[in-house]
Design a binder for this molecule. Structure first.
Ligand code: DON
Length: 318
């Protein structure tokens, strides 16, 4: 290595990580609340906004946490990471002729680009792309919803993971924009299944509830070249883990992905439930949660906590 370019040392969890998280959490909740709850889905507008938690799971099986890290919340768009991995397992290279890998630069639920680009969504993390991925799951599984939930239960080791039925009903009732995206893709011949079935799956996956600890544990395989460290199970190939992390780096935070890469430098995914997960390759996974969102639909406080932690420990991949 170049002189003066020593790699930062990431503290082992047993040393100071628990204390570091406690300090970051304390400072985070002392800040004035920034942002607004997601209110386009009424069931998300009624959560307690002051809730805040953070957890870090490492490849050696340890977990450190602070605040409301055991409180389950709506994973929303974080579900798009799991559905993409499940779809990549089944579709192989053919998936990439139906969805792209470029950042969209548009809000997560934008419609305009999809028509210009003939019903091929820019990437699997904007809503159009995630609905396309949901279509592949509906087409490949006889029962895609239990298959999806079973996948999350196995990855997290938490058999009690459930869907929040109230959020699910609310999503379906207020899902006209997602329905518009799905119909537009269907009109271009890029959806195989019926629009109603695809949306049912998509709303279901968004309505699963997990806590920070569950989320951090369940995504460890992405920090470990595709293999879940606790079980040794190969969830995806090393190449696919690389690909998922690459698209997370460029598109996981929607139209704030560039700024997130600039300031934090980790593959990450947010959801409008207020959760953000960040992958630290070779080390572990950070999951942070607090409901109020900034203008990009990303949790302001979770973003602040992850930025602090990554800066303090020197976690950037760049
Ligand atoms: O598609 C929707 O409207 C939601 N169920 C999920 C969107 C979401 O979480 C976007 N992320 N920030």
């Amino acid at each position: 290595p170049r002189k003066g370019a020593a790699m930062p040392t990431i503290p082992a969890i047993s040393e100071h990580l628990g204390e570091t998280l406690a300090t970051i959490h304390r400072d985070a909740v002392a800040r004035p609340v920034q942002g607004r709850l997601a209110d386009y889905i009424p069931a998300l507008a009624v959560v307690v906004p002051s809730q805040c938690g953070i957890a870090v799971a490492t490849l050696d099986g340890e977990v450190a946490a602070a605040g409301d890290a055991e409180t389950a919340f709506s994973i929303q768009s974080i579900s798009k990471v799991f559905s993409l991995v499940l779809s990549m397992q089944r579709m192989g290279a053919s998936l990439w002729s139906r969805v792209g890998m470029e950042p969209s630069g548009q809000p997560f639920n934008s419609i305009v680009q999809l028509e210009w680009e003939h019903g091929i969504p820019r990437n699997p993390f904007i809503n159009a792309g995630a609905i396309l991925v949901a279509d592949t799951l509906v087409a490949h599984f006889s029962a895609s919803r239990p298959a999806f939930l079973g996948f999350l239960r196995k990855l997290s080791g938490n058999e009690r993971l459930m869907v929040n039925e109230e959020v699910l009903a609310s999503e379906s009732l207020h899902g006209s924009r997602n329905a518009a995206l799905a119909h537009l893709m269907k009109s271009f011949g890029n959806l195989e299944a019926e629009v109603g079935q695809v949306l049912d799956h998509y709303f279901f996956q968004c309505s699963v509830e997990m806590n920070c600890t569950d989320l951090a544990r369940s995504l460890l395989f992405l920090a470990n070249r595709g293999t879940q460290p606790s079980s040794g199970e190969v969830v995806c190939s090393q190449r696919d883990a690389h690909r998922v992390n690459a698209i997370l780096s460029t598109s996981g935070m929607y139209d704030q992905s560039g700024q997130f890469a600039f300031s934090v430098g980790l593959p990450a995914k947010s959801g409008v439930g207020g959760g953000i997960v960040a992958i630290v390759p070779g080390y572990g996974v950070i999951a942070a949660w607090s409901p109020p969102l900034n203008a990009h639909g990303n949790s302001s406080t979770a973003l602040w906590m992850i930025t602090r932690l990554a800066g303090k420990l020197g976690l950037s991949i760049y």
